[in-house]
Design a protein around this ligand. Structure first.
Ligand SMILES: Cc1cc2nc3c(=O)[nH]c(=O)nc-3n(C[C@H](O)[C@H](O)[C@H](O)COP(=O)(O)O)c2cc1C
Length: 195
């Protein structure tokens, strides 16, 4: 199962448009999690206490861990998030706090080193950016570090279109070029058909 984590907000989101292109090219059955439709519990002290108790009892079946179990079980992850304030929407950070669960998405070795427990071999990070200044470290780089260092997902690919809000930018041209690149690089079914 391919898990599509949709952190896009606007109805005519350009990020979602590129993600849809990628999902079509990958041609796998998709389970979509639209963060705008999900109400996540606040990570307050009561939440942390309950989580600690469940983890101490190794009770991973609790609904509190549904999102973490869904993430850990996915074969492929596609994460779509617009570039906001040098990073990504806060809803995505709130989601990541829910799925960072010791014993479900990662565990610690006796030496205290995180070791991934996720099935996915690849995570795609799709984003669009208003300007041309796209420092990767704060948004994409953070998710890449979590994927590789915590979840054990070895391959992380960034798909991006930048400069969309610059005055006079050829928005449609930029998006079409990115879509073409996605289709060329990721059309797995077609590639397999001719092998
Ligand atoms: C709340 C908010 C914060 C943004 N912050 C930045 C930013 O820091 N740098 C930038 O270049 N563009 C920024 N933008 C512009 C978006 O990156 C750009 O419009 C992007 O294409 C939006 O994606 P969407 O079409 O999927 O909604 C911001 C837009 C919003 C709404």
């Amino acid at each position: 199962m391919l898990l599509f984590i949709n952190a896009c907000v606007r109805a005519d989101s350009r990020t979602k448009r590129l993600a849809d292109c990628l999902l079509t090219a990958l041609g796998e059955p998709v389970a979509e999690l639209r963060l705008a439709d999900v109400t996540l519990p606040p990570v307050d002290e009561a939440f942390l206490q309950k989580r600690d108790q469940l983890l101490a009892a190794q009770d991973y079946a609790d609904p509190m861990f549904d999102l973490a179990r869904q993430f850990a079980a996915a074969d492929t992850i596609v994460l779509a998030a617009p570039f906001w304030d040098l990073s990504f929407p806060a809803a995505l950070k709130a989601y990541l706090e829910q799925i960072n669960v010791v014993g479900v998405t990662f565990r610690y070795t006796p030496e205290g080193v995180p070791e991934g427990l996720c099935r996915a071999k690849k995570l795609y990070y799709v984003t669009t950016v208003g300007g041309d200044d796209f420092p990767e470290a704060f948004g994409f780089g953070y998710v890449e570090a979590l994927a590789k260092r915590f979840y054990g997902i070895p391959e992380v690919e960034l798909i991006k279109a930048t400069g969309l809000d610059i005055w006079g930018a050829p928005v449609e041209e930029i998006l079409c070029a990115c879509e073409e690149e996605i289709q060329t690089n990721h059309h797995k079914k077609e590639k397999r058909k001719w092998k």
